[in-house]
Design a protein around this ligand. Structure first.
Ligand code: 4AD
Ligand code: MG
Length: 436
């Protein structure tokens, strides 16, 4: 019999169908069995009645254990009291494989235990909802750029030099040379932007982050647009359009998943342009006032980079993402264009997601000056020979340009309303987590 997916069940009410899946949960009362069946596309409750089925099917229904693989035949119908919810009267139940005692039971488990069983944990309702939202976000990301004239130009993963500072590099042997896993595709984006005008790259990026926080992974997926002739203001407009678009897409297409996650969708509905823009100087004032009022523990000094608690405090004050721009050049990457009015500031922007989530996007305008970049490469103690090709971009038709990077996992965490990024990717990689 051909297989019907549970997600398509509404089209087959009253017909005999076959579902191929796994047993999620089971209850029985005497001569009735209630089997919750999942097939990857959804879940449905099957009802098996001893008097209506063969002895074999009844015995199978009694012996199946949680997560056993099963093939079930029956007739789906709408739940008598809950419209949009479907049930199925089971007429056949075939066992494909009986599962051993399943480690994840409906009782509560600790996070480390669940992380150790991530390969199985992925089968649960909540993980399903999160990863479906992730899928929607990634699709929305691609649609946004594809529909706005951007060309996808993928960038390498083995790189000869650092993009985002030398302290978080993963070094690998590359035959007789040293290479690093990429921290960002940006430098290569700058080359492809000069070739195609508007480009984006999307792929895994790596940072040897030694800190254990709820925002940091060592391997994460980043989407990075880059636009020739874009100034900082253009980068900020692009960022707010982009974020608003993906939030709207998730609201439109992933209602059930957001409900499963008990996400307050009202908070997401207010994510529309324009977003507040806050110059770093003003952000510092707010943080210092916060300290004076006893709302933040430490005193923030002008000149420092914003830490997680600072971002949490700032972003908690807005119901939309806030765009903090013009940080001190000294705390930012070597390639940033200095503000012509205040060369100690970089023309950069961090977008901080609301509800205390903090940075989801980092970007800005890149320096188009060969002389300035040479100076910066020296000042940051970077190997000049590895940047020869990058400097060529300033020798042959240099233009102002800019872009940003958004970490997919940070976006998923915020949009789903999660506590930690570890649930936003199927197999997270963190300081103490390389398995499974
Ligand atoms: O702010 P970052 O370091 O910016 C760049 O890498 C630029 N070269 C991007 C560009 O302009 N093309 O990183 C960008 C984003 C952050 O805002 C955050 O969302 C995410 O990448 N990110 C991380 N996500 C998870 N774990 C980490 N360790 C992350 N580090 C950065
Ligand atoms: Mg950043």
């Amino acid at each position: 019999m051909t297989q019907t997916y549970i997600s398509e069940i509404a089209k087959h009410l009253g017909e005999e169908v076959t579902i191929k899946g796994w047993l999620y949960n089971k209850r029985s009362s005497g001569k009735l069995g209630f089997l919750e069946i999942r097939d990857g596309s959804g879940m449905i409750q099957g009802v098996v009645s001893k008097k209506d089925v063969s002895d074999e099917t009844w015995e199978n229904s009694e012996k199946v254990t949680q997560e056993s693989s099963i093939i079930v035949g029956g007739v789906p119908r709408e739940h008598p009291k809950r419209p949009g919810v479907y049930e199925m009267d089971i007429s056949r139940l075939e066992v494909v494989s009986i599962a051993q005692e399943y480690p994840i039971t409906p009782k509560e488990h600790g996070v480390e235990f669940l992380m150790d069983h991530r390969h199985l944990w992925l089968r649960s309702r909540r993980q399903h909802a999160i990863l479906r939202v992730r899928h929607e976000i990634i699709k929305a990301v691609r649609d946004f750029f594809d529909n706005n004239g951007f060309t996808l130009c993928d960038t390498p993963i083995f790189t000869p030099a650092a993009c985002e500072g030398t302290t978080t590099l993963f070094e690998v042997d590359y035959f007789d040379e040293k290479a690093y896993l990429t921290q960002s595709g940006q430098l290569y984006n700058e080359a492809t932007a000069a070739a195609f005008g508007k480009v984006y790259c999307f792929g895994p990026t790596f940072r040897a982050e030694k800190s254990k926080t709820r925002r940091h992974l060592t391997e994460f997926w980043m989407v990075e647009p880059e636009v020739a002739y874009a100034k900082l203001d253009d980068v900020m407009s692009l960022a707010e359009q982009f974020i608003s678009y993906i939030v709207a897409r998730v609201l439109e297409n992933r209602k059930d998943e957001l409900a499963q996650l008990e996400r307050d969708t009202g908070k997401l509905e207010s994510i529309v342009p324009p977003f507040p823009r806050l110059q770093y100087d003003e952000a510092v004032k707010i943080l210092q006032e916060g300290h004076a009022k006893g709302e933040i523990e430490h005193q923030f000094e002008w000149g420092g980079d914003l830490g997680s608690p600072d971002e949490t405090y700032l972003s908690g004050r807005y119901d939309k993402p806030v765009m903090v721009h013009r940080y001190p050049a000294a705390v930012k990457a070597f390639y940033m264009e200095p503000d012509p009015e205040r060369p100690d500031l970089a023309l950069c922007v961090d977008v901080l997601a609301p509800e205390g989530y903090g940075e989801v996007i980092g970007g800005g305008e890149r320096s188009s000056s060969l002389e300035y970049l040479l100076k910066q490469i020296k000042a940051h103690d970077l190997p000049e020979e590895a940047f020869g090709w990058y400097l060529d971009l300033r020798k042959y038709g240099s233009v102002p340009h800019g872009g940003f990077g958004m970490g997919i996992e940070r976006a998923v965490s915020w949009i789903c309303g999660l506590e930690h990024v570890r649930e936003t990717i199927p197999f997270p990689r963190m300081l103490n987590r390389l398995k499974p």
